[in-house]
Design a protein around this ligand. Structure first.
Ligand code: S3P
Length: 416
């Protein structure tokens, strides 16, 4: 069995969320093609609909008509963000500044995730938000207007950065977000926000009179979804794969550099630089060696760590992830869940507070894997299962739809 062929992937999830949210606050109509049809982006669209934002979605094409949050409609019931942290945190930056009360809820996983990380800066700006001890549901009360702040991010997080900047769009004065470690930059890039670098820090600013531009575009394919196929092609002998028109945003491609450093034969061709970089990736199966993964790139490959670890298990030498405590507060506790599932597959893994380590290469054995409802765990272990002698069972494969509803059929189409 090998993987062979050419694919294009659904639109990038992070860019699709932002496409919808940024167009929803701009007077007028915006158009997108290749908008992601996954469950998370559907949550963003359904929250926006409940807030009075009209849109039409058909097979990747999105037409959306926006207006200022002050003119949004009060929803008749609580907004439901499903499993989506990005919907919750980015939308919160806008709900902080409406003239009505709103409640924001989510599924069991989202309801366990920390929200004080956005409540704190938004409250400093003057927002009135009630939460269940820093968790969902969040209740937003009307305010008489927010004030700009300078906020140094306590953790590298594009979601916190974006929530503060979105609130800053409608606040009095200037809002500055200071990053010590770069997180994904779609928000500042898509909105065209001023950015400066001072003593190793990135400072992004926005003022309350900022005019949101028309960001209509063709959304590049999802690079985080591509990671599963890239890894599969690298570890299955005889594979060759071409992924076309995928996002090559440099704050998202750190895992490609790591895999190349591991000996992965990956060729990258950029075909577009703006508004979001896009290009083609060609992959050939390769012998892999584990390499040190530097701390400063962790925020730029945080979503790819589960699948990178599957590549690490096939590679020679020690695979180690450190300084990645954020993994514990993703859709599942990804440190605990990776360690637990690897151990079930016969791999000896060391668990740290902020990561895990093991020695490769190791042929994983078949086992029953628990996803804890986490899409990236389901997809990562599906790829691992292509390589086991006994069947590797995934307890809840359908949760892949959170980011990639056609994951299994796309994978099947490549298996020769
Ligand atoms: C995202 C940012 C990341 C990432 C998430 C999507 C975004 O989260 O893990 O899947 O679109 O802004 P953090 O910003 O909390 O690290």
């Amino acid at each position: 069995m090998k993987l062979q062929g050419e694919i294009t992937l659904p639109g990038d999830k992070s860019i699709s969320h932002r496409a919808a949210l940024f167009s929803a606050i701009r007077e007028g109509e915006s158009h997108f093609s290749h908008f992601s049809g996954n469950e998370d982006c559907a949550s963003t669209l359904s929250c926006l609909r409940a807030l009075g934002i009209q849109h039409e979605y058909d097979n990747g094409r999105l037409r959306i008509k926006g207006k200022k949050p002050q003119d949004w409609r009060q929803p008749s019931e609580a907004l439901y963000a499903g499993n989506s942290g990005t919907t919750t945190r980015l939308l919160s930056g806008l709900l902080a500044n409406t003239s009505f009360e709103t409640v924001l809820t989510g599924d069991v996983s989202l309801s366990q995730r920390p929200m004080e990380r956005i409540i704190t800066p938004l409250s400093l700006m003057g927002a009135r938000i009630e939460s269940a001890r820093g968790r969902l549901p969040l209740r937003f009360f009307p305010t008489t207007g927010l004030k700009g702040i300078r906020y140094v991010l306590p953790v590298a997080s594009a979601q916190i950065k974006s929530a503060v900047l979105l609130a800053g769009l409608f606040a009095e004065g200037t809002t500055e977000v200071v990053e010590n470690k770069a997180s994904r930059d779609h928000t500042e890039r898509m909105l065209g926000l001023p950015l400066r670098e001072e003593e190793g820090q990135r400072i992004i600013s926005v003022s309350g009179d900022f005019e949101v531009p028309d960001i209509s575009m063709t959304i590049p394919g999802d690079i985080s979804s591509a990671a599963f196929f890239i890894t599969a092609a690298l570890i299955i002998p005889g594979s060759e794969l071409l992924i076309k028109n995928v996002s090559l945003n440099p704050t998202r491609t750190a895992f490609l550099n790591i895999l190349q450093n591991m000996g992965g034969q990956i060729e990258i061709e950029t075909v577009r630089e703006a508004p979001e970089p896009m290009g083609h990736i060609r992959v050939q199966s390769s012998e892999l060696q584990n390499v040190e993964i530097p701390d400063d790139v962790i925020p730029n490959l945080i979503d790819e760590i589960p699948i990178l670890a599957i590549a690490g298990a096939r590679a020679v030498g020690r695979f180690r992830i450190k300084n990645a405590r954020e993994l514990r507060v993703k859709e599942s506790d990804r440190i605990k869940v990776m360690v637990e599932n690897f151990r079930r597959c016969g791999l000896q893994v060391e668990e740290f507070d902020d990561g895990f380590a093991f020695c490769g290469p190791h042929k994983l054995s078949g086992a029953r894997v628990s996803t804890y409802g986490d899409h990236r765990i389901a997809m990562a272990f599906t790829i691992a299962g292509l390589h086991t002698d006994e069947a590797l069972q995934i307890d809840d494969p359908s949760c892949a739809s959170v980011s990639f509803p056609d994951f299994y059929s796309t994978l099947e189409s490549l298996i020769k």
